[in-house]
Design a protein around this ligand. Structure first.
Ligand code: HMG
Ligand code: MG
Length: 285
């Protein structure tokens, strides 16, 4: 039996892909419901260009409106120093920078190459360290890119190593498209874990092919103990056509309960949050 952390990304990764603008008050209510579940890490929003991702234009309003529960870390995505400065002003407890293991996705998502994105992250890391704000890193497209095709594990290792060397406390490995297979995840982690250590890696699986839970099981076998998920399985990525939602937090919770792992999350409270998520995105539940 292990202690496993569910890193809730629904309010950000889930909602960022909704075509219909969800009012800030509904997002705030969602985060507040999530705060009552026992989840300890919640990615609330992102401080990105409103021209690129209009759904996240209310980032400061949402972070400013939530009721902060003790012991919960409220996170925000920050692609550059401008985003970090705004996130800091809105009192984000931690921030995340997000790189890609493929050049095609990096260009579409961040409008720059992988190397340029890392250059933009350097001042974010410096400012965050000076302010005592923890920084998480993401590597997207860990096995496949919607633009460039298959991605070599060695490239993922290089980018993850760079993010950790820059000062990220953890790197979340993003199966952006949701096409990763258990065999692919096995190959990747067999390369990454011996060098980087399982304690500094998290799994971020979209569930397009319904393999996310199998991929999480492989990652558990490799010692990973942090998994990103989205309440109600909301999500996708505006720059990954065809990508479906993140694996549902409820499904990961059920898996952990079956395997006897401790998460501290209350299923009934989570169900309440999932019902609200469904209501604000117009889905059935
Ligand atoms: P750019 O156009 O190259 O940026 O975009 P720029 O520096 O040239 O600035 C252009 C304009 O953007 C300026 O405004 C800036 O002020 C503004 P203007 O003068 O034209 O009015 N701007 C900003 N505004 C607000 N916040 C900021 C910011 N920075 C510049 N932080 C940029 C570069 C990175 C900004 C843009 O490409 C962008 O916002 N991209 C966001 C992409 C995004 O959010 N993608 C989804 C999240 S990643 C993901 O989902 C994957 C993940 O879940 C893991 C996985 O699944 O793999 C994490
Ligand atoms: Mg994602």
């Amino acid at each position: 039996m292990a202690r496993v952390t569910l890193f809730e990304v629904g309010p950000r990764d889930g909602l960022q892909n909704e075509a219909r603008l969800v009012p800030a008050a509904d997002k705030i209510r969602l985060v507040d419901l999530l705060s009552a579940t026992g989840l300890r890490r919640i990615e609330v929003t992102s401080f990105v260009s409103p021209h690129w991702v209009p759904q996240m234009a209310d980032a400061a309003e949402v972070l400013g409106g939530i009721a902060r529960a003790p012991g919960v870390s409220y996170a925000a995505l920050t692609p550059n120093l401008q985003g970090f400065t705004a996130a800091r002003a809105a009192r984000a407890d931690e921030v995340a920078v997000f790189a890609s293991a493929s050049e095609g996705f990096s260009r579409k998502n961040l409008n720059c190459s992988i190397a340029e994105s890392l250059e933009r992250f350097a001042p974010v890391l410096a400012a965050a360290q000076a302010a005592g704000v923890p920084v998480r890193g993401y590597v997207s497209c860990i096995t496949e890119c919607p633009y460039d095709g298959p991605v070599a594990p060695e490239v993922v290792l290089t980018v993850a190593r760079d993010l950790l060397a820059m000062g990220c406390y953890e790197v979340s490995l993003g199966d952006t498209l949701g096409h990763a297979t258990p065999a692919g995840v096995e190959r990747l982690l067999a390369l990454l874990v011996p060098e980087l250590g399982a304690a500094r890696l998290a799994g971020h699986f979209h569930d397009t092919q319904a393999w996310a839970l199998d991929n999480i099981a492989v990652a558990l076998d490799h010692g990973l103990r942090v998994f990103d998920s989205s309440v109600g399985g909301m999500g996708g990525c505006p720059y990954a056509p065809g990508a479906k939602g993140n694996v549902a937090t409820e499904a990961v919770l059920t898996l952990m309960e079956r395997l006897g792992h401790e998460t501290g999350v209350d299923p009934a409270a989570l169900e309440k949050a999932a019902r609200h998520a469904a209501a604000i995105t117009g889905r059935d539940r």
